[in-house]
Ligand binder design. Structure first.
Ligand code: PEP
Length: 253
C-alpha cells in the first residue's frame, strides 16, 4: 500500500523565526506518519533549527536541493552527506525552477538522485512539463524523458523508495492547477514509464505526486485519483493553517 505523501516546498520564503514557529505550530495537528506522510522542504539555512524543534513530530524536514558530490572544491554548494548527517530524510531534486534558472540538466539531476540515495535519503524527483501542453500534443514526451533520465542506473530496491512529482510548469505558482483528469493522466503516464523501466510490481510501490497550484479546495478531488499518491504544494504550504488542511485532506470535502 502506498502511504499518501503531502509535501510543502517553501522555496526561498519565510524567515528562520517563522520556520521554527511553523514547525512547532503544526506538530500536534499532523496525521500519524503511517496514515499520511508529511514533509516540508526549506532553505538549507533553516534545516538544522527546524530539526531541533521538530522532535516528536511526524513531519519530515526536507531539503529543496543538494549537490551531487559529498565534498570538495564546490564553493557554495550543499553537500548531500551533510544533509544526511543533519537528519534530513528527503531531498527535492530537479524542481522546474532549478532546471530553468540554474540550468540543471537531466544528467545533473540523475547524479543528484544517486547522491541522495547513496546518502540514505529519499529523492523527490520533480518532472516538469513545458507550455507544450498548451501549444502541441507532445507535452508528455518531456515527462517520459525526464523520468527515464532521472532514474538511470537506479537499482530496483532504490527505485521502490523514490518519490516522483509530476509538476507541469504552467500550473506552478500560477493559481491555474491542472484538472484532476490532467493530473491523473500525467501521474498514470509516469507509472507506466516506471513499469516499462522496472516492472509493474516496482511501479506500484513508487509514490507519484501532483504539484501545481494545489490548495485546500482541489486537494480532496486530486487525492481520489488512482495514480496520485500525494501532492507537492508551494504557495499553500507557506501558511501553517493551510498546510494542516492539506495534511488532513481526508477530512476535507
Ligand atoms: C512548486 O513549487 O513545486 C509548486 C507546486 O508551487 P505552487 O503550489 O505554488 O504552484
Amino acid at each position: 500500500m502506498r502511504i499518501p505523501f503531502i509535501g510543502g516546498n517553501w522555496k526561498m520564503n519565510l524567515s528562520l523565526e517563522e520556520a521554527i514557529k511553523f514547525v512547532e505550530e503544526i506538530k500536534p495537528k499532523l496525521p500519524a506518519a503511517n496514515v499520511v506522510e508529511t514533509a516540508i522542504a526549506a532553505s538549507p539555512l533553516f534545516l538544522e533549527s527546524m530539526i531541533e524543534h521538530n522532535s516528536d513530530s511526524p513531519l519530515q524536514i526536507t531539503a529543496e536541493n543538494c549537490f551531487y558530490k559529498n565534498c570538495g572544491a564546490y564553493t557554495g554548494e550543499v553537500s548531500p552527506q551533510a544533509l544526511s548527517e543533519m537528519g534530513v530524510g528527503y531531498v527535492i531534486v530537479g524542481h522546474s525552477e532549478r532546471r530553468r534558472y540554474f540550468n540543471e540538466t537531466n544528467d545533473i539531476i540523475n547524479k543528484k538522485v544517486h547522491a541522495v540515495l547513496d546518502n540514505k535519503m529519499v529523492p523527490i524527483i520533480c518532472c516538469d512539463e513545458t507550455m507544450g501542453r498548451l501549444d502541441n500534443g507532445d507535452h508528455f514526451s518531456w515527462v517520459v524523458s525526464q523520468v527515464t533520465a532521472a532514474v538511470q542506473g537506479v537499482s530496483e530496491d532504490d527505485a521502490a523508495k523514490i518519490i516522483i512529482a509530476y509538476e507541469p510548469s504552467w500550473a506552478i505558482g500560477t493559481g491555474h492547477s491542472a484538472s484532476t483528469a490532467e493530473a491523473e493522466e500525467g501521474c498514470y503516464l509516469i507509472r507506466q514509464t516506471l513499469a516499462d523501466i522496472y516492472s509493474d510490481e516496482i511501479a506500484d510501490q513508487i509514490r507519484i505526486l501532483y504539484g501545481g497550484s494545489v490548495t485546500e479546495k482541489n486537494i480532496a478531488a486530486l487525492m481520489k485519483e488512482p495514480d496520485i499518491d500525494g501532492v507537492l504544494a508551494g504557495k499553500a504550504s507557506l501558511s501553517p493553517n493551510e498546510f494542516i488542511k492539506l495534511a488532513n485532506f481526508q477530512s476535507l470535502k
